[in-house]
Design a protein around this ligand. Structure first.
Ligand code: SAH
Length: 362
């Protein structure tokens, strides 16, 4: 029998840190200090945590460790978007994207390695599902981004690889750390969970969290949505829409952000827009139209800007706030649904692109 495995402190929330400090002979506030050192100051060397006693630091050295996913690849895009490929302790790789916009920076965070949900227009789906990320691996993406940016990101969207509600506990704990004053202090209106619509988990989320909600809708009626977002066969619109309405009902200022990928000739006609208006009646809503990002092997095409505009106009006329999401980072395959783990292929492709664009990578 060897030593028990060390606790990864990146997996612990504030309560967990307090308990650990007490277990090791300290006080709860030592746990809070520890949390602050790690997340606010980015310090991972116990020796530097000068407000913890020497004996507590020694016990930590003995029992605990701080395991952070390592950035193995950084790919800047011409529009300022940066993709980081992070390697986890078991060698798996995930992607985190940083999207600057004026004085704000949004980080797009992954929740799983791959995804099990098989949405027909998403390239992560083609990779299949590998495993859930731990809390440490999720918050570790924010830890790394904070160090890279020199400050915490202003916004986090759980819109990277994976279905966050299929990895409920780890995702909720990581989002709590994002909002925690002693850690990243991001406001709850600026932490957004995006889901394809796992209704029971969404109902649970309402009980334990207050983050902003985005839902991958993509179709205004069940038949089409069954095809595009197959989890709709299990949780159809007549269950999804009321669950979303309930989620935002706590706060009059809240709205559901509906993500709607514009697929040419599939879901982008005026009659789809009308059906969408009917569907969202009485639900505080914002619609995000996302031009489809094509990837090799896909059967879909991007709607023309004219069709996107006409769709948007129709929704706006019905009083629904609608924005067309700018496609960002598409020259580095960091756009929505393109976060695939095939890093080796990608770096080869990247080399070619570097030669042609003259962008220099370290
Ligand atoms: N699984 C979660 C988180 C992914 S978020 C969810 O489904 O919400 C990423 C967003 O990009 C989702 O709305 C997803 O449906 C959308 N998306 C996926 N593939 C895309 C593509 N090829 N082009 C445009 N948007 C895409």
């Amino acid at each position: 029998m060897g030593e028990p495995p060390k606790i990864n402190l990146l997996d612990l929330d504030i309560k967990g840190m307090e308990n650990l400090a007490v277990e090791l002979g300290g006080k709860p506030f030592h746990g809070r200090n520890l949390l602050k050192w790690i997340h606010k100051h980015g310090v991972t060397d116990f020796e530097q945590m000068t407000d913890l006693s020497k004996s507590l630091r020694e016990s930590l050295q003995d029992k605990a460790e701080i395991v952070i996913p390592e950035i193995v690849f950084e790919q800047p895009s011409l529009d300022g978007t940066t993709k980081w490929v992070l390697e986890l302790a078991d060698g798996q790789r995930i992607e985190t994207v940083s999207i600057p916009d004026g004085d704000r920076t949004t980080i797009c965070v992954s929740s799983q390695v791959g995804c099990a949900l098989d949405c027909s227009f998403c390239s992560t789906a083609q990779q299949g599902f590998n495993r859930n990320l731990t809390t440490g691996e999720i918050i570790g993406q924010v830890w790394q981004a904070t160090r890279e940016l020199g400050q915490p990101p202003s916004n986090v969207v759980m819109m990277g690889m994976g279905e966050p509600l299929a990895n409920f506990d780890a995702v909720v704990r990581a989002m709590d750390l994002m909002m925690e004053d002693l850690a990243y202090m991001i406001s709850k209106t600026r932490v957004t969970l995006s889901t394809s619509g796992v209704v029971p988990a969404l109902n649970r989320l309402r009980q334990v969290s207050d983050v902003s909600l985005a839902v991958s809708l993509h179709a205004p009626e069940n038949e089409l949505r069954n095809e595009l977002v197959p989890i709709n066969q299990k949780y159809p619109l007549e269950e999804l829409i009321p669950a979303c309405k309930d989620y935002v009902a706590r706060d009059k200022r809240r709205k559901v952000t509906w993500e709607y990928v514009m697929l040419d000739g599939v879901n982008d006609s005026i009659s789809h827009a009308k059906a969408l208006i009917r569907l969202l009646e009485g639900v505080p809503s914002k619609v995000n139209l996302i031009p489809f990002n094509p990837f090799p092997g896909t059967r879909y095409k991007t709607s023309s800007p004219e069709r996107v505009d006409a769709f948007r106009e129709r929704l706006m006329r019905a009083g629904i706030i609608t924005i067309t999401r700018k496609t960002r980072g598409d020259d580095i395959d960091a756009a929505c649904g393109q976060l695939v783990g095939k890093v080796r292929d990608r770096s080869r492709r990247q080399l070619r692109r570097d030669n042609s664009t003259g962008v220099v990578h370290s």
